[in-house]
Ligand binder design. Structure first.
Ligand SMILES: Nc1ncnc2c1ncn2[C@@H]1O[C@H](COP(=O)(O)OP(=O)(O)OP(=O)(O)O)[C@@H](O)[C@H]1O
Length: 790
């Protein structure tokens, strides 16, 4: 068995680059040596060469000599020569002289039909063409007479030659044709090759020799490929069958009959893994085990996403996030049909070719399709990691990272991972996989941006807290009283939000429905920055997308820290507490399940007072203080009726510091574009007179500016009308559910919009919104900004 040939060596794309070359089909494509240029045939009589400049493809040469469709192109990277083959019965070799591609016709005397395929040999000193008149010609340069000569294969196929593959030894070719056969020929040319070589497929003696003929089931052969070392051969046919054979045992042809649409191309990634593509749109990975004689489906190379439905223009729906809207339309009753998986290619894949090798290993491939699209797939080795019981694997993702639980049990911040499911994390995301029993995970990432933590992690302590809360819930259930109300406190970046997430996730996994109250106005888990929010948690958060937002209660605050307007902050906390108390009594099981309150890390001076206010407003029973003896001691003396527990912070908590702004921006972006950037918000204009805008809180006038003895009430909650002006551009506006400006403070929000443009002449505002219009026209201006660079 070759060292590469084990199941864990399979490859998976990390990120794709997608380029469009118009709407014409890409019949053939080939890359130059450094992949800065691409030669394409778009089904016309020419070969077009594009150069990549600043990420965009610019047409720099059009090679016109063929009289009919160009069917095949191959670019020899080292010698910088292009071979093109066409339905005009001809093949040309193009060489670049003084920035002009000069053609030289190949002498294919006996070919009188379309030339369907052309491929340079690995050493680039010859190439092979195949034609519809059953000819296979090995072409080489006659130095003396200065022309491209062709040595025709004598025992030729009995139908159109559709595909060719070179063995890495430069002297064998595999040929696929419409007579359902794949053949291996000697391509040894005496005046080009020094001497005939031996290979696993037998000793090569003469040019032209037919070494093997493999019979397939009925089905035109569309593509054929040798493995990198040349020991295995695979081909695909129009009846959706994959064939493979090993040089070790050429009489044992293995075939895999698939349920997929027909395949048009095949490529080996290493000695065992192969990728096929065609009418199915998505390339598929298969593993050929020559010892077991099996070809097994591994998975689709594409990361499949389910298309999200969205509200159609003008449809009257409640003003919710596009994400919620999409989810709403995902509900079975509303669906007209099952959502279609989205594939990167939107039409048939015509060709797959190698794109980039690193240290002799193929790391990228490119595929072309009938809609003018070329996709570059990044292939990465998958790493298998064993996490022992009680350990944590932590990650801080640089680009993208995909993980899959292979065995055992594990969870991320309280959400259980499903075996075999792939979770993808994008740049900037942090995660920790904790396993109570031990597990094995596969990780696909180009960066080593993860590690198994050897430090003592506090997960067992956190789990004990969960156990204690569950006992209190059970007690409440039997005594028909209310369940535990806890508040999590501490300095910034100690893991408060994460602990809250874990506690409600664990509770939800036991069928509880706790209320999560997030008072963190900087980084709210339920809503966007500048607000406080609460929600009944009915199911654990999604590993990749966080909590599924259902009927949240959201109040406008307008700033990113409580200190900016502490009076207003305290007032909305009181309103929230009032509503949450009502909700907790009215929502089934929520009273017993209790409340988990997340707080800001603002705990000094007036922050501490506000903190006590929160505890009283929500009538909390327990305060969990993370990593602060000082705060715990103070709270024990100031709130004697509340149980205060100090817990250590996890070593995995990452201070967000500079990343905080990015984090906030992402949270707002997620609101408009969806957690996976797969939703399109609306941009529309609205007239000044259609809306009314207000701001809450006015700057306090210093006492020195007031008449002697006069005391003004703090205007922290004053509701002030705002006139539309250019100063509003990029500001987030909250859409209130209230029709009465005086009620703005105490009313739930319906959603958010962002001002993109203000036209004072036309008296219009351009808004970015999740819906095509806004139902309620009372808007509250926030200090929080969002610059939509998309
Ligand atoms: N065990 C862990 N392993 C890896 N990352 C973690 C772990 N616990 C928390 N983090 C990450 O550390 C970061 C800070 O954690 P978190 O947001 O919970 O802190 P916080 O105290 O709520 O912060 P803030 O005061 O800013 O609200 C987050 O990105 C979180 O995902």
């Amino acid at each position: 068995m070759h060292p590469d040939m084990h199941i864990f060596s399979w490859l998976k794309y990390k990120m794709t680059e997608i380029y469009s070359f118009g709407n014409l089909p890409v019949i053939a494509h080939a890359w130059n040596k450094d992949r800065t240029q691409i030669a394409v045939s778009l089904g016309k009589n020419d070969v077009r060469i594009y150069h990549k400049i600043a990420g965009k493809w610019k047409l720099i040469h059009t090679l016109c000599e063929h009289l009919s469709r160009v069917l095949a192109i191959d670019w020899a990277p080292k010698t910088n020569q292009i071979v093109s083959a066409s339905a005009d019965y001809n093949a040309y070799v193009w060489t670049l002289e003084n920035d002009v591609w000069k053609p030289q016709m190949v002498e294919l005397q006996r070919t009188s039909r379309a030339v369907c395929c052309a491929k340079w040999s690995p050493q680039e000193n010859k190439f092979v063409i195949g034609s519809s008149d059953k000819n296979v010609a090995i072409c080489y340069y006659e130095k003396d007479q200065r022309f491209w000569a062709a040595e025709m294969i004598k025992k030729k196929p009995k139908s159109t030659v559709t595909c060719i593959a070179w063995h890495p030894n430069n002297q064998l070719i595999a040929v696929g044709s419409c007579d359902y056969r794949c053949r291996i020929y000697s391509a040894f040319i005496k005046i080009v090759d020094d001497q005939a070589q031996t290979s696993n497929w037998g000793t090569i003696k003469n040019t032209n020799e037919l070494l093997y003929e493999f019979q397939s089931e009925s089905g035109w052969i569309h593509d054929v490929a040798f493995s990198p070392l040349g020991d295995n051969l695979a081909w695909v046919s129009h009846n959706s069958i994959i064939f493979a054979v090993s040089a070790k045992n050429p009489s044992q042809i293995k075939m895999e009959i698939t349920n997929y649409l027909p395949f048009r191309c095949v490529i080996f990634i290493n000695e065992s893994m192969l990728i096929v593509g065609g009418h199915e749109f998505s390339p598929l990975i298969y593993n050929y085990d020559q010892d077991k004689g099996t070809i097994e489906f591994v998975e689709k190379l594409d990361r499949q996403e389910v298309s999200t439905g969205r509200s159609s223009i003008g449809q009257e729906v409640d003003f919710v996030t596009p994400y919620q809207a999409s989810r709403r339309f995902d509900q079975p009753a509303m669906q007209t049909q099952t959502p279609e998986p989205i594939s990167t290619h939107q039409s048939m894949i015509t060709q797959i070719v190698p794109y980039q090798n690193e240290n002799g290993k193929l790391v990228k491939i490119s595929s072309a399709d009938l809609f003018g699209q070329i996709v570059i797939w990044n292939l990465n080795d998958k790493k298998e990691i064993v996490i022992e019981a009680g350990q944590e694997l932590r990650g801080d993702v640089d680009e993208t990272l995909t993980l899959e639980l292979r065995s055992g049990k594990a969870e991320i911040f309280g959400t259980e991972l499903a075996i075999g499911q792939k979770y993808q994390f994008t740049s900037g995301m942090k995660f920790s996989i904790f396993t109570y029993w031990g597990c094995t995970v596969n990780i696909i990432s180009s960066h080593d941006d993860y590690y198994v933590a050897r430090d003592e992690n506090p997960m067992h302590i956190y789990l004990n807290v969960h156990g204690m809360l569950e006992q209190l819930r059970q007690k409440a259930e039997s005594e028909k009283t209310r369940g535990p109300r806890i508040m999590v406190a501490g300095l910034p970046d100690v893991g408060k939000s994460t602990l809250c997430r874990m506690l409600v996730n664990w509770a939800a996994r036991l069928g509880r429905t706790p209320i999560l109250v997030d008072l963190d106005v900087g980084q709210n888990q339920v809503s966007i920055p500048g607000t406080i929010a609460s929600m009944v948690i009915r199911r654990p958060a999604s590993v990749e997308e966080g909590f599924r937002i259902e009927m949240p209660l959201v109040f406008h605050y307008g700033y990113k820290t409580p200190g900016e307007n502490i009076g207003l902050y305290n007032e909305i906390v009181s309103s929230m507490a009032m509503y949450v108390n009502i909700r907790s009594e009215n929502v089934e099981k929520s009273l017993i399940s209790g409340i988990v309150v997340n707080t800001c890390g603002y705990i000094r001076q007036e922050g501490y007072e506000s903190f006590k206010h929160v505890a009283k407003a929500f009538d909390v029973d327990i305060i969990i203080v993370l990593d602060s003896e000082w705060l715990a001691t103070k709270l024990i003396s100031d709130l004697p009726s509340v149980k205060v527990i100090t817990l250590p912070k996890s070593g995995g908590v990452v201070p967000k510091d500079a990343a905080k702004d990015k984090f906030r921006e992402n949270k707002i972006r997620e609101y408009f574009y969806g957690p996976k950037n797969n939703i399109c918000p609306h941009v529309f204009t609205i007239e000044f007179n259609e809306i009314k805008m207000y701001k809450i809180g006015a700057p306090q006038i210093p006492d020195s500016c007031l008449p002697a003895g006069m005391i003004l009430k703090n205007p922290y909650n004053k509701i002030l009308p705002v006139a539309p002006s250019a100063a509003l551009v990029h500001h987030v506006l909250s859409v209130s559910s209230s029709n009465d400006p005086e009620q703005l403070l105490a009313k739930n929000l319906l959603g958010f919009v962002v001002v993109q443009h203000v036209d004072s002449d036309k008296r219009t505002l351009t808004l970015l919104a999740p819906q095509p219009n806004i139902k309620n026209k009372l808007l509250i201006v926030s200090d929080v900004l969002f610059v939509d660079l998309k």
